[in-house]
Design a protein around this ligand. Sequence first.
Ligand SMILES: NC(=O)C1=CN([C@@H]2O[C@H](COP(=O)(O)OP(=O)(O)OC[C@H]3O[C@@H](n4cnc5c(N)ncnc54)[C@H](O)[C@@H]3O)[C@@H](O)[C@H]2O)C=CC1
Ligand SMILES: O=C(O)[C@@H]1CCC=N1
Length: 272
Amino acid sequence: MNRKKIAILGCGNIGSAIAKGLVNSKLYKSSQIFVTRKSEELLEKFSKEGFQTSTNNLEAVKNSEIIIIAVTPQQLDDLLKEIDSELKENKHIILSIVTGATINQIKKQITKKIPVIRVMPNTAIAIQESMTCIASLEEDKDSLDIAKYIFNQLGKTIIIHEELMVPATALCASGIAFFLRAIRAASQGGIEIGFHAEDALFMASQTAKGAASLLLKTENHPEGEVDKVTTPMGITISGLNQMEHAGFSSSLIKGIVTSAEKAKTLYAKKDS
Ligand SMILES: NC(=O)C1=CN([C@@H]2O[C@H](COP(=O)(O)OP(=O)(O)OC[C@H]3O[C@@H](n4cnc5c(N)ncnc54)[C@H](O)[C@@H]3O)[C@@H](O)[C@H]2O)C=CC1
Ligand SMILES: O=C(O)[C@@H]1CCC=N1
């Protein structure tokens, strides 16, 4: 890929994770990435790490070709208004990380014809382990390929229809928090049965990693792997049944559905 200069507008939690991932992957040096956020003070740590920084989005857009927008849905309209005059056809590509804002809703607010790709990573992007969902309109397929190339270096990608971006946000972007909470709960169980907190967390984390790796490497169904663990009259089935009586699966399903429902409403004020 012809390496295009990159700007991350709104370098908060996910923006910082993307910046880290880009550098860790060696796809970009920090000096080749422009990051912006509102607070000059909070940009200092990025400057110290060699990133180009500014509170001025126009400067970042002027000096870049790939524009990653990583502000909240509530901040999006003001940002688009601010950068519109500096966006150039045949130069810029917008990659929007913003939850709930459709491609057409974004394009409507830009006066030039700029490709807009929706990209939904999770915070594991910082260590190149993101599950990143990507969607585009048919007319922007070339830019979609560029997005896919970049995010393939930062974990796994899947191209999905745009209507599925909201569910993907709940399952994968919020999803990492759901699994983190499950690991924390497991480690708390571990402490109660005798382990020191650090050991319990390490043991629970490696066990969770093993479970995920089993599925990814074998492509087996989770229940097939569960069946291998549940010795007849053994302890695993008793633990699993107790968890299900307390609503374990139901609780995860309800949490994901609730997040997806809320994601639909975050930027619902305009129709595409
Ligand atoms: N946090 C996560 O794991 C993920 C978040 N997202 C989406 O990414 C977006 C950002 O989320 P977070 O990083 O969690 O929020 P955040 O609040 O940590 O980051 C937003 C950043 O944008 C900055 N900002 C706001 N207006 C700005 C402007 N006009 N110019 C420059 N900077 C500006 C803020 O100062 C802040 O640093 C949201 O739309 C969210 O839905 C998507 C995937 C994962
Ligand atoms: O909590 C949120 O709204 C964002 C979207 C997915 C992850 N964080």
